[in-house]
Ligand binder design. Structure first.
Ligand SMILES: CC(C)(COP(=O)(O)OP(=O)(O)OC[C@H]1O[C@@H](n2cnc3c(N)ncnc32)[C@H](O)[C@@H]1OP(=O)(O)O)[C@@H](O)C(=O)NCCC(=O)NCCS
Length: 181
């Protein structure tokens, strides 16, 4: 574990990728084994689905094995019911040296009415590693749409917050965070 100030590294891989090149989606039906005693989807099951789909996006972006380094944000805004269809979409929002931030957007579809609405959002960080688990450089991410550009711009701030909370960065070195205050 390093406790060095964060230096956003410029990729020397000479390779760039857009979010659409690594986008990953999956749809699940909420089954009895996925629910709590109120017949709503368990939060842990949704987190597992999020971890898997975002790992696929990070793996596609880096072309490498990836490990989950941190979960930066998850919100559960409404219950998801037994029988509903749950669609997850994962997009890499920014890459740094070996790490990648991935956004997961979640929509729920009522199986009776067909009504589909956004219900959750989460942000995970993955690190690409080699065969012995050593972090390895990943391609630069070039955002295209307005949303991709917004998420890309704010990612450095979130990375600094995550590193400060993990004790990997001194608060004084978190320049992007300090700029907010
Ligand atoms: C993640 C891991 C590979 C980092 O290894 P390390 O030897 O500490 O490597 P470094 O300090 O060089 O960090 C590598 C990258 O991870 C980032 N990172 C590490 N911890 C982080 C955190 N909590 N939040 C955000 N980024 C983090 C670093 O900033 C660095 O990013 P960069 O290369 O893009 O600048 C290592 O801690 C690990 O293997 N953890 C276990 C992962 C795992 O098993 N996950 C599943 C849990 S069940």
């Amino acid at each position: 574990m390093s406790i060095l100030p964060l230096r956003p590294k410029k990729s020397t891989l000479n390779k760039q990728k857009t979010p659409s090149e690594s986008r990953a989606t999956a749809t699940h039906i909420v089954l009895p084994d996925d629910t709590n005693t109120l017949n709503n989807l368990m939060g842990g099951r949704l987190m597992y689905w999020m971890d898997v789909i975002s790992a696929v996006a990070a793996h596609r972006h880096s072309g490498r094995v990836v490990v989950t380094a941190s979960v930066n944000n998850i919100s559960f805004n409404q219950p998801i019911r037994l029988g509903d269809f749950v669609t997850l979409e994962a997009n890499v929002s920014r890459s740094f040296g070996s790490s990648m931030e991935v956004f997961i957007d979640v929509w729920v579809e009522d199986h009776r009415t067909g009504e589909k609405k956004k219900c959750n959002e989460a942000i995970f960080t993955f690190v690409a590693v080699d065969q012995i688990g050593t972090p390895i450089e990943v391609p630069e991410l070039i955002p295209e749409s307005d949303v991709e550009k917004e998420r890309h711009a704010a990612a450095l701030r979130r990375k600094q917050l995550s590193l400060v909370l993990a004790g990997r960065m001194k608060p004084n070195d978190a320049t992007e965070l300090k700029a907010l205050f």
